[in-house]
Design a protein around this ligand. Structure first.
Ligand code: WT7
Length: 652
């Protein structure tokens, strides 16, 4: 069997879901958009840029004279925060709620656009008082609270690029990011609530700032969130938010910046070496996040309540909690805590309470909810939901179907959105009012986006075949470079294939030409010369009724090159009796072909995940190959690995 035949055998998924007729009839974006963008891609993006309010409208759309360094809307000038806040107030929508905040302990706060304008203005005045000028970098290390959004918008308002560091990262990670971006001010909080307990943030900043290379930080602005008392304080450097921000004027005149003015740096881990500071700029970024949020979530700002469960520390939070929804005048939920605090129905309780209509979450969260059981969401009224989104990794068909059925009441379209920190905004996704969806596939590039799948020699593969996902034309929200390292930008993304952006993901085109993402290319196994994606074997395992979640790795094997090794979490009631492993192997063999049968299957209690929810296959590979474990510092819970190792044959 050739690798193409093996791909053709995999992911046989015949279920189809047409858009609900009412949604199709009133959708923000219809099939015309594809035709319009195809006939004049740049004209299409110029039209989308007009969703924004420009101080000076751009006359030029794309400058690609020095590829791959793009300039979009280069002679336009705008203020990003004005677009996300003030213009909605000026349009008469100041009383509309921008953010329904729900703290983990149950405290709540609803902030209208008019209030948000005052808060952002105060924070912008405070940062200015602290000496922050346009171009200075501000590091943000915060829990999921309104002040985080306010800080990001205040930075945007004064043209100071922010570098948000996820609140679960260690002092080393914080220090490395402060150093690389040469941040001048850090905004943080005493702590945040997680799993029912306050967890400290300020102590981590203190530890980071004790490390060399962080000396340029002259002020640390600290929000009081948990009220912990044992906070250490460096006089002359540390300032309470309530002392400095609250006394500022609530008026601030936003100044317009060039479209290519840096908006933020966000670090993403490379497969090797230090994290890359992905640089995003203003006009093109805001155009594409606003357009895609409007198109993919069909947002009707007067009636929808939108909720993205990501952390603002990830790009999903930047683009689809802060900039996209607020540019569109959305009302959204912001939730601080974990989905199972104080009970496993917390998310659905929140969705019911605020009447959430549009939900955006990750496959790992969906599979966790599957594991907890169908009866939990069933206790809540989720009838207002009308669109469900997924992002972050390939969603296996069983989780997709479960999401639609148990969360979406079998009515709502599920939109599987493929994109990356680097792309800034959604690139490949169904449109909820247009696309007949296929569980497990992100399907088609959005209007104005050009993507395809190529083989090793950069030839486009025919339908039914697999290869590498590439983007073939520049797009408005593309990264502009790796901060301080143009060469790394060229080497990482533009060197593999000439004139094409290499995304690092494996993908296949099905018989209809729809795109299926198969995971990072380093997640492809080579078993007896056959390419088998970890995702496909995981999907097959999860389609078995006794399996809640699966992680698959290729372990080196003397005869087959790599051997498939699977770690599975069983569903609540399933027990690990003798026959189960054989049953699962047979099940995979039946769904994918005998070549894909795992050599080993190990039932485990938990899987090692990064804080963004990605399974750390690298560590599982270490286990499968009987090696000492590599770096576990980015795991949510490093005890997980001890549990897994304790289960191995030979463990004491
Ligand atoms: C990688 C980018 C995009 C925001 C969150 C992650 C994987 C993301 C999907 C999807 C299959 C997906 C890819 C991509 N990925 N969305 N819908 N289907 N894979 O951002 O941390 O920069 O990760 O996440 O492998 O390259 P990120």
């Amino acid at each position: 069997m050739s690798s193409n035949e093996s791909l053709a055998n995999l992911l046989k998924e015949h279920r189809r879901f047409a858009p609900p007729p009412e949604l199709a009839a009133t959708a923000n974006v219809t099939a015309d958009a594809y035709r319009r963008a195809e006939s004049d891609r740049l004209g299409f993006w110029a039209e989308q840029a007009r969703r924004l309010s420009w101080e000076k409208e751009p006359s030029e759309t794309l400058d690609w004279s020095n590829p791959p360094f793009a300039k979009w809307f280069a002679d336009g000038r705008l203020n990003v925060a004005y677009n996300c806040v003030d213009r909605h107030v000026e349009a008469g929508n100041g009383d509309r709620v921008a953010i329904h905040f729900e703290g983990e302990p149950g405290d709540t706060r609803s902030i209208t656009y008019a209030e948000l304008q005052r808060e952002v203005s105060r924070a912008a005045n405070a940062l200015t008082e602290l000496g922050v000028r346009a171009g200075d970098r501000v590091a943000v290390y915060m829990p999921m609270i309104p002040e985080t959004v306010i800080t990001m918008l205040a930075c945007a308002r004064i043209g100071a690029p922010h570098s948000v560091v996820f609140g679960g990262f260690s002092a080393d990670a914080v220090a490395a990011r402060i150093q690389d971006a040469d941040a001048r001010v850090v905004v943080t909080a005493d702590g945040g609530y997680r799993r029912g307990k306050p967890s400290g943030l300020k102590p981590v900043v203190d530890e980071a700032l004790a490390k060399p290379g962080t000396e340029n930080v002259r002020a640390v602005l600290v929000v009081r969130r948990t009220g912990q008392e044992d906070i250490s304080w460096t006089e002359g450097r540390d300032l309470w938010w309530h002392d400095v921000v609250d006394r500022q004027s609530d008026e601030h005149t936003p100044q317009a910046f060039e479209a290519e003015h840096p908006l933020f740096i966000l670090y993403t881990s490379g497969t090797t070496g230090k994290p890359k500071g992905i640089l995003h700029t203003s006009g093109g970024y805001l155009t594409q996040v606003a357009y895609t949020h409007h198109a993919v979530f069909d947002l009707k700002p007067e009636s929808d309540v939108y909720w993205c469960t990501a952390d603002v520390g990830w790009v999903t939070g930047h683009s689809y909690i802060v900039y996209g929804p607020l540019a569109n005048g959305a009302t959204e939920v912001l939730y601080e805590g974990t989905p199972d605090t104080p009970h496993q129905g917390r998310w659905w309780e929140i969705a019911q309470k605020y009447g959430v209509t549009l939900l955006y979450t990750a496959p790992t969260a969906i599979r966790t909810c599957m594991k907890w059981g169908d009866d939990i969401p069933a206790r809540f009224d989720l009838s207002r939901l009308r669109i469900l989104g997924s992002v972050g990794e390939p969603i296996n068909p069983e989780a997709w179907v479960w999401y639609r059925k148990h969360i979406g009441g079998d009515r709502t379209p599920v939109v599987d959105t493929w994109w990356q920190t680097e792309t800034g905004a959604i690139m490949i996704s169904p449109l909820p009012g247009v696309t007949e969806t296929k569980p497990g596939s992100a399907q088609v590039p959005l209007p104005g986006i050009s993507a395809t799948v190529v083989d090793d020699e950069a030839n486009e593969v025919p339908n039914g075949s697999g290869g590498y996902l590439v983007l073939t034309e520049p797009w408005p929200s593309m990264l502009r470079t790796v901060w301080g390292d143009d060469q790394r930008y060229l080497d990482t993304y533009w060197a593999r294939f000439e004139n094409r952006y290499f995304a690092g993901d494996g993908a296949k085109k099905d018989e209809d030409g729809d795109i299926w993402l198969l995971g990072r290319v380093d997640d492809v196994m080579l078993v007896s010369g056959h390419n088998i994606s970890t995702t496909e074997v995981e999907s097959a395992l999860v389609s078995h009724p006794k399996v809640a979640e699966a992680a698959v790795v290729g372990a080196s094997d003397p005869t087959t090159g790599q051997a498939i090794c699977a770690f599975v979490i069983l569903r609540g009631t399933a027990s690990e009796d003798d026959g189960l492993v054989e049953e699962l192997r047979a099940h995979v063999g039946k769904s994918l072909g005998p070549i894909a049968k795992p050599k080993r299957i190990m039932p485990v209690a938990e899987l090692p995940k990064t804080r963004s929810g990605k399974i750390m296959r690298r560590l599982l590979r270490d286990v499968a190959e009987n090696r000492a474990l590599g770096d576990v510092s980015t795991l949510t819970d490093s005890a997980v690995m001890d549990l897994i190792q304790a289960k191995l044959p030979g463990a004491s």
